[in-house]
Design a protein around this ligand. Structure first.
Ligand SMILES: Nc1ncnc2c1ncn2[C@@H]1O[C@H](COP(=O)(O)OP(=O)(O)OP(=O)(O)O)[C@@H](O)[C@H]1O
Length: 253
């Protein structure tokens, strides 16, 4: 087990809702993530996946429990939509975000932004404005932008769910290759079981609200992964069972 860089210890989160009630969203969340791990978080809608990422990024505070994680300025965030500055070129989008992060850094940046664009297969697009790029390319720019801040960990909130399936497939392969090459620590929220199983080193499955950790499943399978790999198949069956999908409905469709 690599050195943990994230530790959740009994984290609970409730929100005040109209009428003065408290809505409990996360209940007693405990897990660790080691350096260079790629962890996927799966769970039903409303189980608190985004809330968990918001707590991890420092945007929200736990109601109780302990969290040990890199500080907000050491975190890269990739959202469902690319959220690029439309009036800036691709290269400028990377530069601006990085400049904003340079102030509190202890170590200088190791690589040029152009190297992150190259890693994203976008060397020829640095001078383009976002509107001239496809949705998949824009999402790759947002991943390159997050990586260019050289974060201690990358948080991704359903980064491919707004893309059509063929584009999402290409993006998953891109992310897999990037992770294999750079071994960044990634926490990746998704609804998509196959996406989680095909990419992650481990999968955390949350229950319906209030989200509790039902299991943290290690997927010990090499890339490229095959659906018939026994470790992949076992993880798939386990996740589907935890999500309450009956056996007869589990065939990949
Ligand atoms: N700021 C807030 N105030 C009140 N309730 C909130 C707040 N943020 C989230 N919630 C509630 O917390 C629950 C979990 O929301 P969250 O977005 O974390 O779930 P999720 O698992 O990411 O859902 P989905 O898969 O649908 O995106 C929901 O019931 C939501 O309405």
């Amino acid at each position: 087990m690599p050195e943990p860089i994230i530790t959740f210890d009994g984290v609970c989160k409730s929100f005040a809702v109209p009428g003065g009630e408290q809505l409990q969203v996360l209940d007693d969340i405990s897990f660790t993530v080691g350096d260079s791990e790629f962890v996927a978080i799966l769970g039903p809608s409303g189980s608190g996946k985004s809330t968990l990422l918001n707590i991890l990024s420092g945007l929200q505070k736990p109601t109780s429990g302990l969290l040990d994680a890199p500080s907000p300025e050491e975190i890269g965030f990739v959202f469902q939509r690319a959220r690029l500055l439309p009036w800036r070129t691709v290269q400028e989008n990377l530069e601006i975000t990085r400049a904003a992060r340079s102030q509190n850094r202890r170590v200088p940046f190791q690589q040029q932004t152009s190297e992150y664009l190259a890693a994203a297969g976008l060397s020829d697009y640095g001078d383009f404005y976002p509107a001239a790029l496809s949705g998949g390319m824009q999402q790759r720019v947002s991943i390159a932008r997050a990586l260019a801040t050289e974060p201690a960990m990358l948080l991704m909130d359903e980064p491919f769910s707004a893309l059509d399936e063929m584009t999402a497939r290409t993006q998953r392969l891109f992310l897999r290759d990037l992770w294999l090459e750079r071994r960044s620590t990634i926490v990746f929220v998704t609804h998509n079981v196959m996406e989680a199983i095909s990419l992650a080193t481990s999968v955390i499955v949350l229950s319906a609200r209030p989200g509790r950790v039902l299991d943290h499943i290690t997927i010990d399978a090499e890339h490229p992964r095959s659906l018939t790999d026994p470790a992949v198949e076992a993880a798939y069956e386990r996740v589907m069972g935890l999500l309450g999908v009956p056996e007869q409905d589990r065939a990949v469709v």
